[in-house]
Design a protein around this ligand. Sequence first.
Ligand code: NAP
Length: 256
Amino acid sequence: MDLKLNDRVVLVTGGAKGIGEAIVRTLAAEGASPVIIDRDLEAGSRLYNEIPGSQLVIVDLSCAENCETAVQNAIEKHHRVDALVNNAGVNDKVGLEHGSPQEYIASLERNLLHYYNMAHYALPQLKKSRGCIVNIASKTAVTGQGGTSGYASAKGAILALTREWAAELLDYGIRVNSIVPAEVMTPLYQQWLHTFPDPQRKLQTILGKIPLQKRMTEPAEIAAMVAFLISPRAGHVTGQHLFVDGGYVHLDRALT
Ligand code: NAP
């Protein structure tokens, strides 16, 4: 199926590594022009040098001015934006008991505010292109995890904003959807695994709880859903939360 993404300019936050990197690679393979927006200069430069037609913008998205700069850089180069993929985030374990009001706000800055800021600054271009937004959320938004109030509430808000923006932007023909991953092997996930005394054992326990094939979701499987959602092939899909998780959240626990 031709996704008709040729020359589409797509902003991908957190595009240098993990799920974001897979999204950038998939979009490039479909002929799109991905804009890698990330704070990791080394990983970002490596990817940028591999992907002809891509753009690299190095910023920390935790402040609004940097989000505006990132969008402006993309507009200066391409003169248009066709889609925004809000993906950057980190499960930073700011809990209720082990946390503080200040840390909670900082977690929202890391995980939530830049989703709004990027959408806000990209909106004039998305209106012109009748573009799309895809927000990467997390299963923690609906299942909870414990010890991670900031991250879980940011991801819950991201699901709510997906519906809210889908409603607000109907008249502009802008579609807004969310993908909800559960367990995806990425640098961030590796880091998290290594906070346990026996990471390999922890991984085996997790795999046993994933209903479909007892395996992690591949970053490329999230990326394929992103590519479909931003393509005109998904032209009547909006306001949806798509769980790409091997049945982790919804299937009967008795199956695992
Ligand atoms: P990852 O491996 O850490 O890759 C994310 C990239 O985004 C990294 O290069 C990271 O840089 C960058 N980044 C993070 N915050 C940033 C900021 N404020 N400004 C600029 N760059 C920033 O993470 P991932 O596992 O691919 O996760 C991607 C998204 O999927 C996140 O929103 C995460 O919550 C979500 N998700 C992942 C899983 C999973 O199992 N992996 C499950 C559910 C949801 P640094 O390395 O410097 O932080």
